[in-house]
Design a protein around this ligand. Structure first.
Ligand code: BTN
Length: 255
């Protein structure tokens, strides 16, 4: 009843009204042998998880909260490419909906203007240098109004509705995202990382611009250049040196 137009993605859909996190459900599915492309969708999450152990607000039926089980035949060190791929898929879907100013802030925050509208959380189970499975979680804020967001994220979060003054069907968005995801995934598996790189950089937030960067206890300014095959961010520092960043925060307001 999800009306999916996909070939393999979402052949099995597990739908829950309210769960702590679709990530946890997807891990259980995967451990119980669920196949590549299984999708877990929830209307509400009571303990939505973001990257770096952050909380992801998803208590209401006003967003896309879903996790996909993937069993890709790639080495574990290429797994970050799938996260970048998911980010480009979301950016493409939003752009097709005529949402203005869509960007991707490295590594994988989807922005509208300077505010975050979606995020991706990828968790991998690997053994003996092989991916056992991967759970790729997508959270997209859809129908929230400004007073729905809790105070701590009000200034940094947005939704499709806030950006466009219109409401969206969650089910339709899930169809669109899964359709585009399958297409891009299949292209990636045949053509490799370059198919993602170009697309990602097209949406790359502040690409070619100088921003403030924070990594560990270091804060400095650098120019953003692009992404590398290992998922890192290539920057050039003011002294002309180049650097690949594996974990860093780009200043929210762009420095
Ligand atoms: C981030 O930007 O930090 C990642 C946010 C990921 C949120 C999604 S919502 C569906 C899935 N279930 C979770 O608990 N988290 C991801």
């Amino acid at each position: 009843h999800w009306g999916l137009q996909t070939k393999w993605l979402g052949k099995e859909v597990v739908h829950k009204h309210r769960v702590p996190s679709t990530q946890t459900v997807a891990h259980q599915q995967a451990l119980n042998g669920s196949s590549h492309g299984t999708v877990v969708i929830a209307d509400q999450q009571t303990k939505g998880k973001g990257r770096l152990n952050r909380k992801w607000y998803s208590e209401n039926d006003d967003g896309v909260w879903m996790s996909v089980v993937l069993r890709p035949n790639i080495p574990p060190n290429q797994a970050p490419q799938l996260t970048l791929l998911a980010a480009t898929v979301l950016a493409n879907v939003l752009t097709k909906l005529k949402i203005p100013e869509v960007g991707i802030k490295w590594p994988n925050d989807i922005l509208i203007g300077d505010k975050k509208v979606a995020g991706i959380l990828t968790e991998m189970q690997a053994e003996h240098d092989q991916i056992h499975y991967l759970v790729l979680g997508i959270g997209l804020n859809v129908n929230q109004s400004s007073d729905t967001f809790p105070d701590e994220v009000k200034d940094i979060a947005t939704s499709l509705k806030l950006a466009s003054n219109q409401s969206y069907s969650i089910r339709q968005l899930i169809q669109d995202i899964l359709f585009e995801f399958e297409k891009s995934y299949d292209v990636y598996m045949s053509d490799g990382f370059t198919s993602i790189k170009q697309n990602w950089e097209r949406f790359g937030y502040k690409m070619g611009e100088k921003v403030a960067i924070n990594s560990g206890n270091r804060t400095w300014t650098a120019t953003l250049h692009g992404i590398e095959a290992d998922g890192s961010l290539l920057v050039s520092n003011d002294d002309g040196s180049h650097e690949r960043l594996y974990s860093a925060e780009i200043n929210w307001k762009g420095g």
